[in-house]
Write a protein that binds this ligand. Sequence first.
Ligand SMILES: CC(=O)N[C@@H](CCC(N)=O)C(=O)O
Ligand SMILES: [Zn+2]
Ligand SMILES: [Zn+2]
Length: 421
Amino acid sequence: SLPEDAVTNLREYLRIKTVHPQPDYEAAKEFLVAYGKNLTLEVDVMEFVSGDPVILMTWKGSNPEASSILLNSHMDVVPVEQVKWRHDAFEAVREPSGDIVGRGSQDMKCVGIQYLEAIRKLQAKVFKPVRSVHVLFVPDEEIGGHDGMERFIASEKFSDIQVGVALDEGLASPTADYRVFYGERTLWWLSIKAVGAPGHGSKLFDGSAAENLLKSLALISAYREEEFNAYKSGEAAEAEVTSINLSFLKAGTPSPSGFVMNLQPSEAEAGFDIRIPPSADAEDLERRIREEWAPVERNMTYEFLQKNVYRSVSAEPLVTPFDVSNPWWAVFATAVEKTGVKLSKPEIFPAATDGRYLRYKDFPVIGFSPMRETPVLLHDHNEFLNEGVFLEGVDAYESIIAALSTFDGADGPSYALREEL
Ligand SMILES: CC(=O)N[C@@H](CCC(N)=O)C(=O)O
Ligand SMILES: [Zn+2]
Ligand SMILES: [Zn+2]
């Protein structure tokens, strides 16, 4: 059986190379299955796509009728630029300060281990959950979650477990308070393409592909500046404005020495990463793309390389209410504050997480990674988490799991369905 030491377990998990583009999910599966069994949890391994295991651990509640608590984390991590790190990113070196350096130490192997270690502590106190507690480990979050969370949410197993509320990742907090997230921006990856007559580099003429695209770039740049200014001026938080950033630019005729310089290209293309906050009018943005950034009059077309949804099945923005209409939220917040740590004002997560698949189906999702007084280093060099901060997070989940799994209101399979009861 595993050494019952939270930090040892975290470091062991960090050493498993679940790093893209070839994550070792086999090793992670072996580690996690043994871990769950050691805690006497039921362990279910599903493989909707071969090589992409989804691991569901269940701590059965005393009331099988009550909706359950879902604690989600992803097993995969983003690649590293090893030369920029002070230690091997997959050694989980513990520095004398207690900082544990490793890819996934914040995003989000820490959270997966914290869930399990919180359960271990509750078990030691002979605590019995009323609602079942499910700890879920998914693959491929970092590449969109299509073969992981998206498949799981569509599965019969997911309907069977009757989720009431879910927890998913948040961000580290540089202050003394924890951060918490009630929604996220919607990701669109857009490519716009212009075509036009080619011509001699010396000739001025209307409607070249490059000119068509450059007009779009000017309009997009002006739009970007307006959004950015709302953030710079302090009028809105970063994740409350729409971001649009150039990802690629493609045009020109290659030659052995670079590009043919006296030939105006007949095609020009640009790609953008766009993030839309739930408060923004996404339909209007799409109209802008169609009519202004890629209009047929300028011989342009557009294509979404990824286009995430921005409304739930009930046509609502993908946000989890944190007012009295959502009693889960108050139970969560009270449980956190009982540990003596404050929560800062709920925020929108700037990027995309697997939580969106649950919000899409109107399930309430609380984005939370209990790491305070910690710089935000997800996807960065030298990602680390201090062991004291990590262990304090275990205590946060101990309180949260105890409170949510014994909460006797708000029953029903989901927040949305609760409204009908
Ligand atoms: C947290 C995070 O960084 N998620 C990725 C997801 C990328 C994707 N393909 O959906 C993103 O670019 O938002
Ligand atoms: Zn993550
Ligand atoms: Zn990530």
